[in-house]
Each structure stands twice: as C-alpha cells, then as structure tokens.
Design a protein around this ligand. Structure first.
Ligand SMILES: CCCCCC/C=C/C(=O)SCCNC(=O)CCNC(=O)[C@H](O)C(C)(C)COP(=O)(O)OP(=O)(O)OC[C@H]1O[C@@H](n2cnc3c(N)ncnc32)[C@H](O)[C@@H]1OP(=O)(O)O
Length: 391
C-alpha cells in the first residue's frame, strides 16, 4: 500500500505555485517496476524542485496529472464545480489520462522532468549565448536608435500574449519614452504574431482567486490604457502579423498603424464572454461607423489587413516580403522631423477628446471587471486552458 506524504514545492514563481499546488511527494510504492524505478520517480520529483525556470502552467498540469495517475491510478473523484477554476483544470488534466497504467504514467513523468532538467536548460542557454541574443529572455525588448524608441513584444512562443508583468512593464516603458530623446515610439512583435492579446492564463493563475484578480486586472488595465491615451509623442504600430483582442483595440489610440499583408485583426470578445476595452467602444464606431464596429466588437469578425485599412484602423498595408524594410525606412525619415512640432500637433488632436477617452476607459474597465467574474467568461477561459491541458 502506498504511503504518501504531501508537501508543497518551493520553486519558480510563488504566485504560479499557489495556483497549481501540485504535490511534491515522498512516495513509497514498494517494488520498482520494469521501466522507471521508484527511485527514478523520486529523483524526478526532486529535480522538479530544482528547476530554475517556471515550465509554465500547461507543463505543470501535465506533471500533476502524471503524478496523480502514477500514485493514485485513474481519476475517480468528482469533477470540481465550474467556479473552482484551478481544481477543475487539474481534474481535467488527470481525467484525460483515462486508464493509463501507473507504470507508464511514472515513466512519462520521469521523461517529462528529464526534458525540463537543468542540463537541458543550460544547453539551451548556451545556444542563446552563442547567438549573442542577450535580451532573448525578456518579454519586452526596448531599444532606442535613430530617434525611435522601439518597443518589441518578445514572447513569440506564446504569440506575444500579454502577461500582467508585461502590462506593467509597458506602462513604465511608455512613461520613460515620453521624456527620452526619441521623436517617436513604435510597437511591434517578435516572431509570426504581432500579439495574441491578453494572456488567458492571467486570471487562472492569479494567487488570490478570481475576484482579487478581476479587481487588480481592472486597475492595471485602466492605468495601462491611460498611458496610451496620454502618450505625448507620435505612437506607431508596426503590425508584423496577426493581432488579437487588446492588441487590436489599442490601435485606435495609436497615431499611425502600418501592417504587413499577413496581419489579421480579431476581437473575439463575445466568444470569450468579455467586452471591448482600450476605448474601442468609442474609437471603433467613430472610426468605422457602428455597423462595422459591431461586426468586430460584438460578433468577433476577423479582418484582413486590407479590410482593416478600408475601415480606417490601419494607415497602410505593405507586402510581407518588403514590410520591415519599407516601414522602418519610412519611420527613420519621420523621426527626423522636428519633434516639438510633432508633439504639439498631436496634443492639438488628442486634447479634443482626452477627457472623453479617460471616461470611456474607466467605464470599460468597470464593465470588464464584472465580465471576468461571469460564468460566460470563466467557461470560455477554462475551455482555452483545458484544451491545452489535454495536449
Ligand atoms: C490587465 C488585464 C487586462 C485584460 C484586458 C482584456 C483583454 C482581452 C483580450 O485581449 S481578449 C483576446 C485574448 N486572446 C485570445 O483569445 C487568443 C487565444 N489564443 C488563440 O486563440 C490561439 O493561441 C492563437 C489563434 C492566437 C494562435 O493559434 P495557433 O497558431 O494554433 O497557436 P497555439 O494556439 O498553439 O499557440 C502557441 C502557444 O501560445 C499560447 N497562447 C497563444 N495565445 C495565448 C493567449 N492569448 N493566452 C495564453 N496563451 C496563449 C498557446 O497556449 C500555446 O501555448 P503552448 O505551446 O500550448 O504552451
């Protein structure tokens, strides 16, 4: 009979652990099996504690599921309720293993941990060093050259989805850029996406539960959007690929938007049980008329770059093959224009509706806070999370 002592792991980011408190166990299961032995299993559990980098919620879910299957066998406990987000995701991950034999689960656990082990971390870091990409690990890369502050969303493996930390970093970056020596500020994305919008695990991985996360989310979002409303210099988006959610709605607060013809613009708020943000409930109908804004903001119609141009959301579309070269050449020329003149002209344009934009932002944040706690939204987010958990 197995004797299992549960305790909490102390590794990676504490807030993530609070979410997926998968047990690190001292397990005595008796005889070793033909494949991964009990000792291998225990070693793997210890290795997990030594990981320097958070492997992400999906991997943690997988580890949790394999651990439970290896120790308790197939999942036969009741499914947690719809509002018990974390336990429901864990249950789904475990349940998805069906009747996988304990020995196989144990072997899979050992294999998974070994793929995350410090030696593989070290070798991948070594590769990065050889490429001299010093800032590779940062999610927001800020550079300043030729009068341009370039703000690159740099989380390509997650399609540049925005974490809470990234929102906060961007607020600070814009604050710095508003007083630095550059003439203009430019946002772009690393990899094939511009940005896939809000990281949908922001809420499932919040330490203090959904209500606390919704409160904090609304405060951060309001400040985040305010920093775009108030940014004093020309703000340009170089949309290198698909944009989703808040990455699209924010564009209504930019001064110019240049898009590759591979870019798409998608705001699936109703699909997510959410509502528009970044002042788009005001800027989109004003820009494209209410019929077209409804198709995007209520029905989640995805636009091509050319359609977005036709609606006034995009300034100009470029062939992907020449996009980077053409756009940056142009931006370098714009950045040589007299900066004070550009700043004053922007102020004239923006001052006409700054007050209105702040009021809209406040109302949208209040509305969203309630949406995040709704069953429609919670279900949509959990569907996304659990879809991945089953991979
Ligand atoms: C302070 C809080 C403010 C909140 C403001 C409110 C903002 C609202 C919004 O922005 S709503 C929009 C939210 N975004 C989405 O709904 C997009 C969700 N993602 C997807 O639908 C797809 O991932 C995709 C279409 C962007 C890309 O699909 P595909 O090409 O098939 O790639 P993958 O799905 O395999 O994605 C690769 C990898 O990235 C992870 N990922 C992508 N987008 C997100 C995201 N928005 N949140 C979290 N994770 C994301 C995805 O899970 C994969 O990870 P994995 O490799 O499985 O670990």
């Amino acid at each position: 009979m197995a004797a299992v002592t549960l305790r909490r792991a102390r590794c990676w980011c504490p807030s993530l652990l609070q979410v997926f408190r998968f047990p690190v166990a001292q397990v005595h299961l008796g005889r070793p099996t033909m494949r991964a032995s009990q000792q291998d299993f225990e070693n793997a559990m210890n290795q997990v504690k030594l990981l320097k980098q958070d492997p992400g919620n999906q991997v943690k879910l997988k580890l949790y599921a394999l651990y439970k299957q290896a120790t308790d066998g197939p999942c036969n406990v009741p499914k947690p309720g719809v509002f018990d987000l974390v336990n429901k995701a864990k249950w789904e991950a475990w349940n998805s293993l069906g009747n996988l034999p304990k020995e196989t689960a144990r072997q899979n656990y050992v294999d998974l941990v070994s793929s995350l082990s410090p030696s593989s971390e070290a070798s991948s870091q070594g590769k990065r060093g050889a490429d001299e990409k010093v800032q590779e690990s940062k999610d927001i890369v800020v550079t300043s050259e030729d009068g341009i502050t370039k703000i690159m969303l740099n989380r390509p493996a997650k399609k540049n989805a925005l974490t809470f930390e990234m929102y906060k970093e961007i607020i600070l970056t814009l604050k710095n850029a508003s007083t630095d020596n550059s003439a203009i500020a430019v946002f772009t994305g690393a990899g094939d996406y511009y940005c896939s919008g809000n990281d949908l695990t922001n809420f499932t991985s919040a330490a203090g539960g959904m209500e606390e996360a919704a409160n904090q989310g609304a405060v951060v979002l309001r400040e985040f959007v305010n920093s775009f409303i108030d940014f004093p210099k020309p703000l340009v988006a170089v949309v290198n690929g698909p944009a989703v959610g808040i990455a699209v709605t924010l564009l209504g607060l930019f001064d110019a938007v240049y898009a590759s013809d591979k870019a798409t613009f998608h705001t699936p708020f109703s699909h997510l049980g959410q509502s528009p943000e970044a002042c788009s409930s005001y800027t989109f109908p004003k820009m494209m008329g209410s019929a077209k804004a409804t198709e995007m903001l209520l029905f989640g119609k995805k636009l091509t770059a050319r359609e977005a141009w036709a609606q006034g959301l995009v300034s100009e579309v470029f062939p992907d093959s020449t996009f980077e070269k053409e756009v940056w050449t142009r931006l370098r020329a714009y950045a040589k224009l007299p900066p004070n003149s550009m700043r004053i002209s922007k102020e004239l344009i923006r001052n006409n509706e700054k007050e209105k934009l702040h009021a809209v932002n406040a109302e949208e944040c209040t509305t969203l806070k309630a949406r995040w706690l709704s069953e429609e939204c919670i279900n949509a987010i959990m569907n996304f999370v659990s879809r991945k958990a089953k991979l």
